[in-house]
Design a protein around this ligand. Structure first.
Ligand code: FBP
Length: 552
């Protein structure tokens, strides 16, 4: 393998563990906390999880290790989108497992949850693990989006687990994957298999967090990567003074990534989907909000700027989600086939005119043709519009241009508007993990093994107090059922981990809202620069503004 100098250097970086895990395996004891109950729908969740509900939260402490000694064979999978630090979760898990007993075995199931079903695995050893320490990516075993949720799948997983004498399975994933980890844990307990299931909180989107899980791993590195490039774009904009840059950033269901990038770079405008939904803004109102900034800056002679747009923005616009719902309904089944058979765009438009409500058709007619067509690109497995295929940054800039033309006619604007577009998503998901993510992920993995060693199941590996130095982090575990409530999914009531959206009364959004008026007109850009791995802790170990503001 060809190694870059940074990769070689990162191989020997020793991730920092929370203080209570630093004295060696024989010096880690458990402190049992209080019993838990789910965040909502307690009776229903208790009924669905009779074996794993209500267990106690636990923290680890320095003290004599009282866990039972037995050979451990553990299986691990990576699930969902890549997030920086996934390799370190596996390294931490491996190191704790081998430090406990060199005969313990760690198997990595390949390609995500489907690896557990297909029994496609590798056994880790030192040589293999050492090639992935502190590196980005999920290529150590790959990942996938197969959902582990049916009884047939659980039966197959049990067969595979028994074949390898697995004592435990670790699922590294987001809210859906950890919901499935809880259901699998309950199944394993109900069947008396003795196989434990532990989850680890992953996603760059930052929407797997709650009062127990302060941050999902990967959010720190991904947002720093995007913020570096957005800062560079701001500096370019401020140098050339001729472009408005529309930057879309990943984050399908929540706007945490956009908000964090805004806090780090102070752009002229950042849209927050959760606010759009709360204010029930129409697309035209959003465009008007952006055009206000363009016009005010133009009046000062500044015909340039930067706008951050969250990937999922259109789904937060009430009129747009109605339009999408109507299209999904209209094109379901046979009428979808009929629509697909129409060859020219004009007949497709007629078809839609007959099927959509007046309001939706009015909105559809307002959309630029390239967006109208994107609504009919490849559909998801349920036959629904894939909202992520809509180039919302281009849609927005087209609507802003239209708004500015009208302002010009009224004599209310006399500037130049030249938009450029960017989408940052995949660029950040496999970056070398920041020191924070390298340390946090290693700790999550190490901690996950301690939960296994002490016999817990249905728990999420929990490392908290993350705004403090790693020495002061607190390691422990929380029953996943504590984070669950009942939600309607695909027409059914399901127990799921509640997704964390941006809270409009939370400290990060409030800080943004207090400052954005000035950012919209003045040039207040901040340039975070590249992630630093070596140097003073004040430069290398700082975590996100979101976490700092949330933790006060
Ligand atoms: P997870 O929720 O699985 O962590 O993935 C998040 C994400 O990176 C989103 O931000 C993005 O919309 C999506 O994955 C892209 O998915 P894919 O890799 O399948 O294109």
């Amino acid at each position: 393998m060809n190694l870059s100098p940074l990769q070689e250097a990162r191989y020997v970086y020793q991730p920092k563990l929370p203080g209570m895990l630093r004295n060696g395996i024989s010096e880690i004891s458990v402190k049992i906390g209080s019993e838990t109950s789910s965040v909502a729908d307690q009776d229903k969740i208790k009924e669905l999880f009779p074996n794993t509900y209500g267990k106690c939260e636990i923290t680890f402490e320095k003290g004599k290790n009282t866990s039972e000694h037995k050979k451990q064979v553990v299986g691990v999978i990576l699930s969902g989108g890549q997030a920086p630090g996934g390799h370190n979760v596996i390294c931490g898990l491996y190191d704790a497992l081998k430090a406990t007993d060199p005969d313990n075995v760690l198997l990595g199931f390949k390609g995500g949850p489907s690896g557990l079903i297909d029994d496609d695995f590798i056994e880790f050893d030192d040589e293999f693990i050492n090639m992935y320490r502190n590196t980005g990516g999920f290529d150590i075993i790959g990942s996938g989006r197969t959902k582990l949720e049916t009884v047939q799948q659980f039966e197959q997983v049990t067969r595979v687990a028994k074949k390898h004498d697995l004592n435990a399975i670790v699922i590294i994933g987001g809210d859906d994957s950890n919901t499935n980890a809880a259901v699998l844990a309950e199944y394993m307990a109900a069947q008396g298999t003795g196989i434990q299931v532990i989850g680890c909180p992953k996603t760059i989107d930052g929407d797997l967090k709650n009062e127990d899980i302060e941050a999902s791993f990967g959010f720190d590195t991904a947002t720093k990567t995007y913020a570096e490039v957005i800062g560079n774009i701001e500096r370019d904009a401020n140098s050339a003074k001729k472009y408005w840059h529309f930057v879309k950033v990943m984050g399908r269901s929540a706007s945490h990534v956009a908000l964090e990038c805004a806090l780090q770079t102070q752009p002229n405008v950042c849209l927050i989907g959760e606010e759009v939904a709360d204010m029930k803004w129409s697309l035209a109102e959003i465009a008007d909000h952006v055009a206000d900034s363009v016009a005010k800056r133009a009046a000062k002679g500044d015909n340039f700027g930067v706008v951050i747009v969250p990937e999922g923005i259109v789904e937060f616009v009430p009129e747009f989600s109605v339009l999408i719902a109507e299209i999904n309904e209209l094109l379901a089944g046979e009428s979808g086939e009929e629509f697909n058979k129409l060859v020219d765009w004009a007949s497709k438009e007629h078809f839609l005119e007959d099927g959509l409500s007046q309001n939706s058709m009015k909105l559809f007619a307002l959309l630029p043709e390239f967006v109208q067509k994107q609504l009919f690109l490849e559909r998801d497995p349920h036959g629904n519009v894939q909202v992520s295929l809509i180039e919302s940054e281009k849609l927005l800039s087209a609507m802003v241009a239209d708004n500015l033309r009208k302002r010009k006619k009224r004599g209310a604007y006399n500037g130049k508007f030249s938009p450029l577009h960017h989408f940052f998503g995949y660029e950040g998901r496999c970056a070398f993990p920041s020191n924070f993510d390298a340390d946090y992920c290693y700790s999550l993995g190490y901690n996950a093994f301690m939960l296994i060693q002490y016999g817990y199941t249905g728990y999420l590996s929990k490392v908290s107090n993350l705004a403090a130095p790693a020495e002061e982090w607190i390691a422990g575990g929380m029953p996943i059922t504590k984070m669950m409530n009942i939600e309607r999914r695909n027409g059914e009531d399901k127990p799921v981990i509640r997704k964390a959206l941006v809270e409009l009364d939370g400290a990060p959004f409030k800080y943004f809202a207090e400052h954005r008026k000035k950012w919209a007109t003045d040039t207040c850009y901040t340039y975070p620069g590249a992630i630093q791995y070596y140097g003073p802790s004040s430069v290398c170990d700082v975590t996100t503004k979101t976490l700092a503001l949330e933790q006060g």
